[in-house]
Design a binder for this molecule. Structure first.
Ligand SMILES: [Fe+2]
Length: 500
């Protein structure tokens, strides 16, 4: 069936310009194509015609070849300098007067018509141009829709609230699909967060621009969308599914101004898939934030438990060895100061803090006679005393949170020359934290009063550290510690606050 039937008064949306220096010819063309429903303007002067085409919206130019003052090919040349889209059909009086085929190609002329008193062939040519124009418009609309989608989606992905996202999605779709209205219906069943108590009675969360769809309509859609992908309904409605994990989890319906076109259905399908990801991403992000909050809370409780265990164990150590009370605190403090001076991270410093506090916890297992003996220890007693580092490691290993400090406590009496205990490790074999504690432990032992001797004094203690470089102590760490000791004011202040 011919598309443009000759019915008076019926118009289509396509415009023709007819240019011929013969007014009878332009009038005939105008009358003929108007009857087919086209909008037709006529012009007999080539220059005026070019200006009208520059200013107006024409789809097709019917153009006489032989004219004065310029011929058809020159007219086309000028038009092509500013308009590439216009479809041009060249009319000529006689075959022999036609321009060469090369000119027709070069100027991008779509058709060629030899004038006669019948216009059937010309009409066919015009219709074929109209088909191409329609396809071109579809492609342009499609591209425009895709561009709008590409520009909007990153913005929508950045939105946080579901309400806000749904509203934006809907407004975008109605906009680029030339819609009268639309809705976005999401099944509560698939929305895992913030469901109202009565969600089963009202199974859809509906956002709408214009009228909302009824529950029956939505229920019927579910089945059809599973089978058909995109559904077209009465009154220019098109509906695409919102998908979650390969199931239909909602619908996006748009009512277009005119009969929905192929490109509109396709664009809605693409957009609904983008909308699905945006919605479910936002939901997962929200769930993640909530779960993360719960984890932080659980971590806080764990941390509090840990601190309680630390406090309880410190009380235990302090009760056992009353004369060295404060020693563990100071060893812990000096060790952390050394670590900070070395630029170590917070985890490292925290390990040293706790390891410093408990480095001597194994002394719980040493008998009071040995621990509190005023005179020198016998070899046997000393051997028993030396077991405290391995014993301490064993005690701490029973508590999960203390695992990281177990090897440190075990090695705090090792020496870099390999003559320490319990394993006779050397240099780098000894954990760095244990080498640090060794320096801090020795210095504090020498500068505090013990049952069996008084403080050696700071000067003597420092010279002992220097003498032990590379034998008992890691040389580099002794240097770092001596640097730390330079800042006497801070040390005095901090040590005083430890005794409070
Ligand atoms: Fe010790």
């Amino acid at each position: 069936m011919r598309k443009h039937q000759r019915v008076a008064g019926v118009t289509n949306s396509y415009s023709i310009m007819a240019l011929d220096d013969d007014p009878t010819m332009t009038l005939t063309l105008q009358t003929y194509f108007r009857r087919s429903g086209y909008h037709v303007d006529v012009e007999n002067d080539p220059y005026r015609a070019i200006e009208r085409i520059r200013d107006g919206q024409y789809d097709i130019l019917l153009l006489d070849f032989l004219m004065t003052p310029i011929c058809g090919d020159q007219v086309v040349e000028q038009i092509r300098s500013f308009n590439q889209d216009l479809f041009i059909i060249l009319l000529t009086g006689h075959k022999s007067m036609a321009p060469p085929i090369k000119t027709i190609r070069d100027l991008d002329i779509q058709g060629y018509y030899e004038k006669s008193d019948r216009f059937d062939q010309l009409e066919l040519l015009v219709e074929s141009c109209i088909k191409s124009i329609k396809q071109m418009r579809t492609i342009q609309n499609y591209q425009q829709g895709l561009t709008e989608m590409m520009e909007t989606m990153p913005r929508i992905y950045n939105l946080r609230g579901r309400e806000e996202i749904a509203q934006q999605l809907l407004e975008t779709a109605v906009g680029f699909l030339d819609g009268r209205g639309g809705y976005l219906a999401l099944c509560w069943e698939h929305l895992l967060d913030h469901r109202p108590a009565n969600w089963q009675a009202k199974p859809y969360l509906v956002h709408a621009i214009g009228a909302e769809p009824s529950l029956e309509e939505l229920d019927q859609l579910s089945r059809r969308l599973q089978e058909e992908g995109i559904v077209q309904l009465e009154d220019n409605w098109i509906v695409a599914p919102i998908i979650s994990e390969q199931e239909v989890a909602g619908y996006m319906g748009i009512q277009t101004q005119e009969e929905p076109q192929y490109y509109q259905r396709q664009l809605l399908g693409i957009f609904a898939r983008q909308a699905s990801s945006a919605l479910w991403n936002a939901m997962l992000r929200r769930l993640l934030i909530e779960k993360n909050g719960e984890l932080v809370e659980a971590n806080k409780v764990l941390r509090e438990n840990y601190e309680e265990v630390v406090t309880a164990m410190r009380l235990l150590v302090d009760t056992k060895d009353i004369y060295t009370r404060g020693h563990s605190d100071r060893v812990s403090y000096y060790s952390v100061r050394i670590a900070r001076a070395m630029g170590k991270d917070e985890d490292f410093c925290e390990r040293l803090r706790v390891a410093g506090l408990f480095h001597d916890i194994g002394k719980i297992g040493v008998s009071d006679e040995i621990l509190f003996k005023d005179s020198r220890l016998t070899d046997q007693e000393y051997a028993q005393m030396k077991e405290h580092s391995a014993n301490g490691a064993r005690i701490l290993s029973a508590i999960t949170q203390f695992q990281p400090i177990v090897p440190i406590v075990r090695a705090h009496h090792e020496r870099v020359d390999g003559k320490g205990y319990p394993d006779g490790l050397r240099d780098e074999q000894i954990p760095l934290e244990a080498r640090i504690i060794s320096v801090a432990d020795s210095y504090d032992a020498m500068t505090s009063n013990r049952r069996y001797r008084s403080s050696l004094g700071e000067e003597k203690a420092v010279s002992e550290l220097l003498a032990g470089k590379g034998a008992q102590f890691d040389s580099g760490l002794v240097d770092v510690f001596l640097q730390v000791l330079q800042d006497k004011e801070t040390l005095q202040k901090d040590l005083a606050s430890l005794e409070e």
